[in-house]
Design a protein around this ligand. Structure first.
Ligand code: CA
Ligand code: CA
Ligand code: CA
Ligand code: CA
Length: 260
């Protein structure tokens, strides 16, 4: 009896879904990363053969990230495809999907979370520019006379603001020599009483600087107009007189035309 050789060919069926593995992953990426920066390396594996094991990978469309095939087979790099801005969006949920070409196809997905870390890319911004203040004589020396405020869209030290008065020796800034600023809150203190005998208006500049590395700063102009106290009263009286006069005119006008 001649032994017969029986060859049994087992036909593959698509009974394995692709497996996604995140092999190297930085969960945080600086907002100034150039497009094309690698965030993670992804490997996909499918135990089936032929089309049943041929895998197509992708990531959701609504994110500034894309998968680019790497030199190694079945490996992909997850890279940024456009500039990031932490001040617009500071975190992304990325869904990586892998689908084989079997009939019917099988697929799997994996979600990873990427945090966009802050870079000092915003200067402090003052709430007003310029600031206009009206003051009267008779302020108490050392007390706060007015205040400025700036905000910064970055976070932590990149948004931590300190204030100082610009003292560059220019004539118009010299007039602010008796003013001091609280570097933390922007309150401006007068070290002596205002004297508007001769001077009615002066201006100076305040600088807001953040604590980033390197730091960014912005300037604002403060225009201060002073009144002697009796002049202030006189102007107020004139203001209310004008208001009363305007009201009377309007009232007469209505009476003449029988509106009431
Ligand atoms: Ca498969
Ligand atoms: Ca930004
Ligand atoms: Ca920033
Ligand atoms: Ca900043």
């Amino acid at each position: 009896v001649v032994p017969s050789l029986v060859i049994i060919k087992i036909v593959d069926v698509n009974d394995n879904a692709p497996e996604i593995e995140v092999t190297s992953f930085s969960s945080s990426i600086p907002e100034d990363s150039r497009p094309g920066t690698t965030v993670a390396l992804i490997s996909v594996n499918d135990l089936d053969s032929g089309l049943n094991g041929k895998v197509i990978c992708g990531v959701n469309e609504d994110v500034p990230f894309t998968l680019s095939p790497s030199l190694q087979d079945k490996m992909y790099s997850l890279v940024t495809k456009s500039p990031l801005d932490r001040e617009k969006q500071s975190q992304y949920e990325l869904t990586i999907t892998a689908k084989d070409a079997g009939q019917p196809p099988l697929s799997s997905e994996k979600t990873i979370s990427v945090v966009v870390s802050d870079v000092n890319d915003n200067s402090p911004e003052f709430l007003l520019s310029p600031y206009t203040f009206y003051v009267t004589e008779g302020n108490h020396p050392g007390s706060s006379v007015f205040s400025v405020k700036a905000f910064d869209r970055d976070e932590n030290d990149n948004a931590l603001i300190s204030y100082h008065i610009l003292r560059d020796g220019r004539e118009e800034n010299k007039l602010a020599s008796f003013l001091n600023i609280n570097s933390e809150n922007g309150d401006i203190l007068a070290l002596k009483s205002f004297d508007f005998e001769t001077l009615k208006t002066f201006q100076f500049q305040v600088v807001a600087t953040d604590s980033g590395t390197p730091s960014l700063s912005s300037n604002v102009t403060l225009i201060v107009t002073g009144f002697r106290f009796h002049l202030f009263l006189a102007l107020s009286v004139r203001y209310w007189q004008n208001r009363l006069l305007a009201f009377c005119c309007l009232y007469t006008h209505y009476r003449v035309f029988n509106i009431f």
